[in-house]
Design a protein. Structure first.
Length: 598
């Protein structure tokens, strides 16, 4: 296949962002760079030692040239930086602490890799990398109370590189003390709905976090069913009725801290929670527990075995693909049957010293491997595996130097990769693939994007971004807001070009959450004098003006705005926001979760 020409990077230099320190989501990743120039998409079947040669689609200069990471309302994955790191100034100009955000990148940190088999490495937009920020953690409490009142284009291009950033959310104001910590619903001593104006949503319930150690603790995952909202925090898994916040079942207490969860749930509302084997420095993240979200019933348990030398389970990542649970170690993975807990297969070293480094699940099972470490053929490869057998469906190799950082989507597959240039610069590339593993397109929009992505400390955390949405033919990414409102840009997956862009309805940033019923659902950040909004944007037609679905009350804006490390969701007309990191602050109760409704 012919490789796209290697063109010089297009503009789009953004302000350097400070990478969040480790601790957020897995192994520390290279700091996300500001956006670089997009290059051509990766070519078809991977050839050893080569990455995506990049084509360089002409870029359209974006209105925002700086590459700072905008605070993402999205929770864990969504938010930038590791937990507990100081964040960059938030949308309100206040330096926030907690989840530091990654610099804004187009979709993910870094530039997507070039296509396989190409001998021309991608040249992407350079992005300066700034020193890591100091970590600061958020804390959560444990009180809840009710408040009344694919298409295959046949292209064989290589992905193009671009720069990226992700800001972390900031907030002001201390959380309101919701009560005595009993979490049994009932009275609202602070009356969060007092003074609520006509047309504003109401606080359905508010939940404080359980106590956490002074060093902080993770609060990963947030799962919403038609009955319950379930949240993990430190050593506990708690469930609340979606309507009033009353406990749906008795909280599950784990013997050691929770160290990993499946971000998604199965079609019958089950998840897997992993906790540490002990409390010492030698403890492993290897104890798996199946949980039914609707009932709190615990199912099978498993202990993840160690891999070969240097292939540890000090930390793991977990992905769901149908009824297959994929557990990734540092250099391999093991698949289990979600229904029985039985082992299905192992994903191990293959080819030219290719070690599986990360997995992404959903309608498909995607594996990213690091190959030829330290040699002349060092590169990343992406594969699709059969989730039932582990059989390889296709493989695509990126050129040397490209690191696959994020999977913005699995079906269709959209990957974000980065590459270091000139020692202190990074470029990024976003590439879309066909169902058969060929490059469908590469993003050519010259812009500083700011999706909310969490920092991976011990793993890549491919699916750790929430501020990005994808449907069958379009990628939706938020731009970074340097002054005033930002925009959401819709990008064609067929050619990598901009379809349309829409400015935020207010001066605060607007970020995509999901696509439902032909409409893009987005969250508009709160400000010091206004609550956040949930809006919809028609994805078709000539008008993409945001239509308000929910306006949150101004009286609770300081609380809503102070979820520095957070996860958000819009389900059945209700908006949920929760923290993803506890700071361990003993001076006051930490926030855990807040639910709004009409």
């Amino acid at each position: 296949m012919t490789q796209p020409p290697n063109q010089p990077p297009h503009g789009g230099f953004g302000a350097p962002q400070e990478p969040p320190p480790g601790g957020g989501f897995g192994a520390p990743q290279t700091p996300p760079p500001p956006q670089g120039t997009p290059q051509g998409p990766p070519a078809g079947p991977p050839q050893p030692g080569y990455g995506y040669p990049q084509q360089q689609p002409p870029q359209q200069p974006g209105p925002y040239a700086s590459g700072s990471y905008t605070p993402g309302p999205y929770g864990q994955p969504q938010q930038p930086g590791p937990y507990g790191q100081p964040q960059q100034p938030g949308p309100y100009g206040q330096p926030g602490y907690g989840y530091p955000q990654q610099p804004h990148f187009p979709g993910a940190p870094g530039t997507p890799p070039g296509g396989s088999g190409s001998r021309n490495p991608f040249k992407g937009k350079p992005a300066l990398v700034v020193g890591a920020a100091v970590a600061a953690l958020l804390v959560i409490g444990g009180t809840v109370w009710a408040v009344s009142g694919d298409s295959d284009s046949g292209k064989d291009d290589k992905p193009v590189a671009q720069g990226s950033d992700d800001p972390a959310p900031n907030g002001s104001g201390a959380p309101v003390n919701p009560g005595d910590g009993s979490g049994d619903g009932g009275e609202d001593p602070e009356d969060l709905n007092k003074g609520r104006k006509a047309g504003e949503s109401k606080v359905l319930w508010y939940k404080e976090a359980p106590d956490a150690p002074g060093s902080g603790a993770d609060a990963p995952g947030m799962w919403i069913t038609d009955k319950v909202a379930v949240k993990a925090a430190y050593k506990e898994l708690s469930a609340y009725n979606v309507t009033d916040g009353k406990p749906a079942w008795e909280a599950i207490a784990f013997p050691q801290k929770i160290c990993a969860v499946t971000q998604d749930k199965t079609s019958d509302d089950r998840i897997v929670v992993a906790h540490m084997s002990g409390s010492s420095d030698r403890a492993k993240c290897n104890q798996l527990q199946l949980v039914d979200l609707n009932t709190g019933e615990k199912g099978w348990t498993q202990e993840v075995a160690d891999g070969a030398l240097f292939d540890s389970v000090l930390s793991i990542e977990m992905s769901l693909a149908g009824n297959t649970l994929m557990v990734g170690r540092s250099q391999s993975g093991t698949a289990y049957d979600m229904r029985t807990g039985d082992k299905l297969f192992d994903s191990r070293k293959y080819g030219d010293a290719c070690f599986p480094a990360a997995f992404a699940g959903g309608k498909r099972l995607i594996q990213v491997a690091s190959c030829g470490a330290g040699g002349n053929n060092e590169h990343d490869e992406v594969r699709e595996l059969d989730p039932a057998t582990g059989k390889v469906k296709w493989t695509y190799a990126y050129e040397k130097g490209w690191r696959i950082e994020r999977a913005y989507s699995v079906d269709p597959l959209v990957l974000y990769a980065t590459k270091e240039e000139d020692g202190d610069k990074k470029v990024w590339n976003i590439a879309a693939f066909t169902a058969g593993g060929k490059v469908r397109s590469q993003v050519s929009v010259d812009e500083n994007f700011a999706p909310g992505c969490g920092w991976a400390v011990l793993a890549r955390d491919l699916q750790g971004c929430e501020g990005v949405a994808v449907d069958a033919n379009t990628l939706y990414l938020p731009t970074e807001a340097t002054t005033g409102a930002n925009e959401i840009v819709a990008i064609s997956l067929d050619n990598g070009k901009e379809r349309w862009r829409q400015k935020s309805p207010v001066e605060e940033s607007m970020v995509p959450m999901k696509v439902e019923g032909g409409k893009l659902i987005a969250y508009v950040e709160p400000s010091y004098d206004a609550g956040g909004q949930v809006v919809s944007l028609p994805v078709g037609g000539s008008s993409h003006k945001p239509v308000e679905l929910m306006q949150n009350p101004q009286g609770v804006a300081d609380i809503e705005n102070s979820f520095f490390s957070r996860s958000i969701d819009w389900v059945d007309g209700r908006f949920y926001i929760s923290t993803t990191r506890l700071t361990g602050n003993d001076e006051s109760k930490e926030k855990l979760m807040l639910a709004y409704g009409k």
